[in-house]
Design a protein around this ligand. Structure first.
Ligand code: NAD
Length: 479
C-alpha cells in the first residue's frame, strides 16, 4: 500500500487485505497509466464493518485525553510526511504539488483541532424534581461509514474521520476508486501511531458495490457521504428504509455577488480564485458571478485579465478523471448552444509534453441568464457564468434561484448591505469581501440539494454523536 506497491489493497483491522480484482489507474496529468486499485466486494465490507464493530467498545472506553493524544499524533505524522503524501496525491489527481501539500496540511488541521475537543460533546444536568437526578450525555453512534469523492481525497476523508473518531466512533471508509491512495495512507499512519486495529478501516472499490454495501450493512449506524446529488439521493433512499442517520455534503452552484462600490480589483482576483481553485473541482466553487450592471463590462474585463494568468499545466491542474474531462467538454458545447459567449476559454487545453492530460482552459461566459444550463448545473470544472443585476433584491433573488445552497459571496463597501445580503442568501456559509475563508473551525454544510448535516467546527462533533437522557430516581432522606 505504499507508493511502491503494484496494486492498492484494503486496510482492514490494522493490516493490508488484498482485493480479488482490480482496476487500472489513469494519470490525469498525462493520460498515461496510473496506480492499479483493488476493487472490493460486499464480503470485504462485511469484514471491515465487523472489525470496526469489534473495535468500537474499546475505542469508546478509551480515556478521552488518550484518544485525543492519538489523533494529535496522526496530525503530527501527516505534517512530517507532507512532501511524500503530496506527491502521492498529485500522482493520483494531477493537481499542482503545492495544492496537494495544502490539502495534507488541512488534513492535519482536522486531526489537531478535534484532538483538542475530545471532551467537548458534554451533557447537561436537568433540574426536574427533587427525587430525580436527570442528565444527558453524548454517545458515539458506533460504526460510521465514510464515503468520499475524488476531488480532495485525503482532505475529505480527514474532514469526516477526525471528528467521528474524536467522538468515539469507529470507521469504515470508502474513497473514490480513482483516488484511493492517500486515504489508505491516512489509515496506515493512524495504525502506526497507535490507533487500535479496526478503529479506522478502508475498503476500496466501486460505489455501486462497496459504497452500497456500507450503507446497507446492519452494523453501520451512520453514514457521512460527500459526493454528487444523484448518489446522495440513492443513499438517502436506502437510509430511509434503515432509518439510518446521514450527513450529506453534496454539490453546489454558488453565487458570488459583486456590487459596484466594491474594491473591484481585489474582487476580480477573488472571483477568479473562486472558480479556478483545484481546477473548479470544489463543491464550494463560486461558479455564478452576479455583477451590478453599471460595472459589468469593466469587471468582466478585469476577471478575464486575471483568469488569463491561470495556465493549465502550471498553476491549473487537469480534470481529475477522464469522465469529468468529457463532462466539462459537454458543458462547453451546451453553454454556446444556449447563447452564452466565452470571453476567455471554452476549450480543452494542450500542455506541451503532456498532450494526453485532461486539461481545460479557465472559462468565463457572459450573456448568461440564470435559467441556462451553465447557471443551473454544477459543471465541476474551471467554468464561470457571469450574470448582470440592477438591484440588491434582484441579486439576492438570482442567487437564491438555484436548486443548490452551499456557499455565497458578497463584495461591497456598504457594511449594512453586506450583512443584509449575507443573511438573505440561502446557503450554509457566506463570505463577505473575500472568497472562501474556510477553516476547520467554521461549520460547513448545505441548504437544499447541497445536503444536510454539518462537517467542521464543533457542529461536526455533535453530528457524530447522539444524546441520551438518563433519569435516576433518588431515595431522598427526611429533612
Ligand atoms: P460521486 O457521487 O459519483 O461519488 C462519491 C463517492 O460515492 C465515491 O466514493 C463513489 O465511489 C461513491 N458512490 C458512487 N455510487 C454510490 C452508491 N450507489 N452508493 C454508495 N456510494 C457510491 O461524486 P464524485 O463524482 O466522486 O464527486 C463529485 C461530487 O462531489 C460533486 O457533485 C461535488 O460537488 C461533490 N462534493 C461535495 C463536497 C461537499 O463538501 N459538499 C465536497 C467535495 C465534493
Amino acid at each position: 500500500m505504499s507508493e511502491n506497491d503494484a496494486v492498492l489493497t484494503h486496510w482492514i483491522d490494522g493490516k493490508t487485505v488484498a482485493a480479488a480484482i482490480s482496476r487500472p489507474g489513469e494519470n490525469p496529468a498525462t493520460g498515461g497509466a496510473g496506480v492499479e486499485t483493488g476493487l472490493g466486494s460486499a464480503a470485504d465490507v462485511d469484514l471491515a464493518v465487523r472489525a470496526a464493530a469489534a473495535a468500537a467498545p474499546g475505542w469508546r472506553r478509551y480515556a478521552s485525553m488518550e484518544r485525543g493524544r492519538l489523533l494529535s499524533a496522526v496530525a503530527d505524522r501527516l505534517r512530517a510526511d507532507v512532501d511524500r503524501l503530496a506527491e502521492l496525491e498529485s500522482a493520483d489527481t494531477g493537481k499542482p504539488l503545492e495544492l496537494s501539500a495544502a490539502e495534507i496540511r488541512g488534513s492535519a488541521d482536522y486531526f489537531e483541532f478535534y484532538a483538542g475537543l475530545v471532551n467537548l460533546p458534554t451533557g447537561d444536568v436537568l433540574d426536574i424534581q427533587p427525587d430525580l437526578h436527570v442528565y444527558t450525555r453524548r454517545e458515539p453512534f458506533g460504526v460510521i461509514g465514510v464515503i468520499t469523492p475524488w476531488n480532495l481525497p485525503i482532505n475529505q476523508a480527514a474532514r469526516a474521520c477526525a471528528p467521528a473518531l474524536a467522538a468515539g466512533n469507529t470507521i469504515v471508509a470508502k474513497p473514490a476508486e480513482s483516488t484511493s491512495r492517500t486515504t489508505l495512507e491516512l489509515a496506515r499512519i493512524a495504525t502506526e501511531v497507535g490507533l487500535p486495529d479496526g478503529v479506522l478501516n478502508v475498503v476500496l472499490g466501486r460505489g455501486s458495490e462497496v459504497g452500497t454495501a456500507i450503507v446497507e450493512h446492519p452494523l453501520v449506524r451512520k453514514v457521512a457521504f460527500t459526493g454528487s446529488v444523484r448518489v446522495g439521493q440513492e443513499i438517502g433512499r436506502i437510509a430511509a428504509d434503515r432509518v439510518l442517520p446521514l450527513t450529506l455534503e453534496l454539490g453546489g452552484k454558488s453565487a458570488n455577488i459583486v456590487f459596484a462600490d466594491a474594491d473591484l480589483e481585489f474582487a476580480a482576483s477573488e472571483a477568479v480564485r473562486a472558480f479556478v481553485t483545484n481546477a473548479g473541482q470544489v463543491c464550494s466553487s463560486g461558479t455564478r458571478l452576479l455583477v451590478e450592471r453599471s460595472v459589468h463590462d469593466t469587471f468582466v474585463e478585469a476577471v478575464a485579465r486575471v483568469a488569463a494568468a491561470v495556465r493549465p499545466g502550471e498553476n491549473l491542474g487537469p480534470m481529475i478523471t477522464r469522465d469529468q474531462y468529457e463532462t466539462v467538454q459537454r458543458y462547453f458545447k451546451v453553454a454556446v448552444e444556449e447563447g452564452a459567449t466565452p470571453v476567455i476559454g471554452g476549450h480543452v487545453a494542450t500542455v506541451p509534453g503532456r498532450e494526453g492530460g485532461f486539461y481545460v482552459e479557465p472559462t468565463v461566459y457572459t450573456g448568461v441568464t440564470n435559467d441556462m444550463t451553465v447557471a443551473r448545473e454544477e459543471v465541476f470544472g474551471p467554468v464561470l457564468a457571469v450574470i448582470p443585476f440592477d438591484t440588491e433584491d434582484e441579486a439576492v433573488a438570482i442567487a437564491n434561484d438555484s436548486d443548490f445552497g452551499l456557499v455565497g459571496g458578497v463584495f461591497t463597501a456598504d457594511i449594512s448591505r453586506a450583512f443584509r445580503v449575507a443573511e438573505s442568501i440561502e446557503a450554509g456559509q457566506v463570505y463577505v469581501n473575500s472568497w472562501s475563508t474556510q477553516s476547520v473551525q467554521m461549520p460547513f454544510g448545505g441548504h437544499k440539494l447541497s445536503g444536510y448535516g454539518r462537517e467542521k467546527g464543533i457542529e461536526a462533533l455533535l453530528h457524530y454523536s447522539h444524546v441520551k437522557s438518563i433519569s435516576v430516581r433518588l431515595a431522598l432522606g427526611r429533612v
